[in-house]
Design a protein around this ligand. Structure first.
Ligand code: DC
Length: 226
């Protein structure tokens, strides 16, 4: 049986950085589900799809195939065979992802892919609804959060590093809006699973958070496989 770790939390809490390192330390596969939603959003932007039109959305989704592979342990996402990993982190794609991922049709398209991976492999999967909807049976669930200010500062540094022009205030406002949308949407809202361990990373270093998750995972694995 595979061992599954679910990490959920809001944008900018450090999920992907932390999940990547923890997965490496545990020799698990890191599955970034946000990248899958971003890939669909990129396709919808390219096709100029009106996502509020259910028929148009269904037609567009029928043309989209999301694939993932691992190169040197790093997840790559493919849109109809094209590696789009480098194209999905812009603010435009982030905004479309937040809106399109609220659509049940979009979520349904990715659910099986995510569950399938978790059934076959020891995965550390991060997203918004992994512990609550996708892998409710995960042996370890983490809800990773941080204050809005901390998350905005992290995102600001990331975007500035990529040469994108923006202000900290704009990012903070974007994060607040996205948080609201992600946690108030009807389909798979962001919320902490009852049995998830809450970690607030605002005042913790990356190593401290990774260490805590690895320690929890090892303890659970010991008891699960005894
Ligand atoms: O984790 P991220 O920033 O790459 O996520 C991008 C968007 O996708 C974000 O608005 C939330 C959404 N998302 C989701 O709805 N469900 C997931 N499992 C992962 C991401």
């Amino acid at each position: 049986m595979s061992f599954n770790i679910a990490i959920d939390g809001p944008a900018g809490a450090g999920k992907s950085t932390i999940a990547k390192l923890a997965a490496k330390e545990l020799s698990f596969i890191y599955v970034d589900t946000g990248a899958m939603y971003r890939t669909i959003a990129l396709a919808l932007l390219r096709a100029h799809t009106d996502i509020e039109d259910a028929e148009a959305l269904a037609a567009a989704l029928a043309q989209i195939e999301v694939g993932i592979s691992y190169e040197d342990g790093v997840q790559q996402v493919y849109l109809n065979g094209e590696n789009v990993s480098g194209l999905i982190r812009t603010e435009e794609v982030s905004d479309m992802t937040s809106r399109s991922s609220a659509k049940p049709q979009v979520r349904a398209k990715l659910t099986d892919l995510q569950r399938d991976l978790a059934r076959r492999e020891n995965v550390l999967m991060d997203g918004r609804d992994i512990g609550t909807m996708i892998l409710p049976q995960a042996q370890l669930k983490i809800f990773l959060t941080a204050s809005v200010r901390t998350r905005a500062e992290r995102r600001y540094r990331e975007l500035a590093g990529q040469g994108e022009v923006c202000t900290l205030e704009e990012i903070e406002k974007d994060i607040e809006e996205r948080d609201y949308r992600d946690s108030h949407r009807e389909t798979a809202p962001l919320r902490q699973a009852e049995d998830a361990v809450l970690i607030d990373s605002s005042d913790l270093t990356v190593d401290e958070v990774v260490g805590r998750i690895v320690e929890l995972a090892k303890a659970r694995m010991d008891s699960a496989w005894k």
